[in-house]
Design a protein around this ligand. Structure first.
Ligand code: ARG
Length: 404
């Protein structure tokens, strides 16, 4: 009996060819593992396909709930957005897949795992670092990084072995999708000057074709976690699915980003992330109401760091865990409701409320009922400006007059 390898199997061309290739090149029996992080569609076809190509075993794991609970929501609480634009959908799913590969390898007694990533992207880093961190003794094989076949050669290889070539191969784009978003690369998108053609988008209406009437959604949060939509309690997976539809229908969530990959390449990426866009914005609005100025500023720095760690494949690092503990604690009063307006591609905060709101109407109002002590401002300002005033008196005011 041959040794086993557990392959992260998407059902696409590369990982299908990899089943044969791993057998041919490494004499390994392939256990195909498909991780479902998207929908309740019927995955038995994926299983059957893996088996028909020659996998000794094929499993589909419904990982939507752990994906949302342990990866998506912590990232939402952190406010993690890479380079201010990318909500990190693909990047968040990889460490989960690495974990499931490692678990399955242990169960199957496999000494190796494999994935379909090429040598140019971030995903190989996320898989490799994730697996190496969790199970240092597992061998990692990345067929598409090794075999040196072009797209055409891969298709020829598939045809030679009777591996069905999916029609999606005809699509000029490379697509990865999960609940948190859809990532699209390649084809004409490689020219950053070219506007993304309509066929790039699958989850979002063109804002021009979106309804002429705005829609409102109310998101309820408990400790930074979205728990209800329009007043109805919902589990995370259902909430994200529904919000993807609602917001996508109004053209919300399109991102066009020239991104800095970890491996030193700038690449043009298109994302569709309707639910992520709405939830990140709503969450931020609730934090603005419930966190102090200093907490908000510090948390912004944490968000940048956290996003980089996710993007760069360091999910299982100690620093990411440290930051996660901080973020979780920071959310203890981030509960309440945010009303979001969806309209022709835009998503804006229309209202927010919280039982732990730090907003004080009495302090803020200019109308009667004002509780702010105006006379206290005079002494405060005197001390606030004291050092600038002293310096100007001693060292001259001239230099400060418009720099002349
Ligand atoms: N650039 C994004 C990232 O690194 C998306 C990658 C999409 N992957 C894909 N196979 N199309 O997270």
């Amino acid at each position: 009996m041959s040794e086993k390898v557990v392959l992260a199997y998407s059902g696409g061309l590369d990982t299908s060819v990899a089943i044969k290739w791993l057998k041919e090149k490494y004499k390994l029996d392939v256990v195909a593992l498909n991780v479902n992080v998207i929908s309740e569609r019927n995955f038995s076809a994926v299983r059957k396909k893996a088996l028909s190509i020659g996998a000794v075993k094929a499993a589909v794991v419904d990982a939507r709930e752990p994906f949302v609970k342990y990866f998506v929501f912590p990232a939402l609480q952190a406010g993690a957005i890479y380079e201010g634009q990318y909500p990190l959908a693909t990047a968040l799913a990889r460490p989960l897949m690495a974990k499931l590969l490692v678990d399955t390898a242990a169960k199957e007694g496999a000494k190796a795992v494999a994935h379909g990533c090429t040598g140019k992207g971030n995903d190989q880093v996320r898989f490799d670092v994730g697996v190496a961190t969790l199970a240092p003794n597992l061998k990692i094989i990345a067929p598409a990084r090794e075999w040196g076949m072009s797209r055409e050669e891969t298709i020829k290889y598939a045809q030679r072995y009777g591996i069905p070539v999916p029609i999606t191969v005809k699509s000029p784009y490379s697509i990865d999708e999960n609940l948190w978003g859809r990532s699209i690369e390649c084809g004409v998108l490689e020219d950053p000057w070219v506007e993304p053609p309509p066929d790039v988008f699958a989850w979002t209406k063109s804002p021009a074709d979106a309804p002429n009437k705005p829609a409102y959604v109310e998101i309820g949060f408990e400790k930074g976690i979205p728990v209800s939509l329009n007043g109805k309690k919902m589990d995370g997976v259902s909430l994200i699915q529904l919000l993807n539809q609602l917001a996508g229908g109004h053209g919300v969530g399109r991102v066009d980003h020239v991104e800095n990959r970890l491996v030193g390449i700038k690449s043009r990426e298109i994302y569709e992330a309707p639910a992520a866009t709405v939830l990140l914005q709503a969450h931020q609005a609730l934090e603005a109401l419930t966190l102090s100025k200093d907490q908000l500023r510090f948390k912004q720095k944490v968000a940048v760091e956290y996003a980089d760690l996710i993007y760069n494949g360091l999910w299982f690092s100690s620093l990411r865990e440290d930051l996660a503990a901080y973020v979780e604690y920071s959310q203890r009063f981030v509960s309440g409701t945010v009303r979001i307006k969806l309209f022709k591609g835009s998503c804006s905060v229309a209202g927010r409320k919280s039982p732990k709101s730090l907003y004080s109407h009495g302090l803020a109002t200019y109308d009667k009922g004002d509780e702010f002590d105006h006379s206290a401002a005079v002494g405060f300002i005197r001390l606030w400006g004291l050092s600038a005033q002293t310096q100007a008196q001693v060292q001259g005011k001239k230099a400060k007059k418009g720099g002349k």
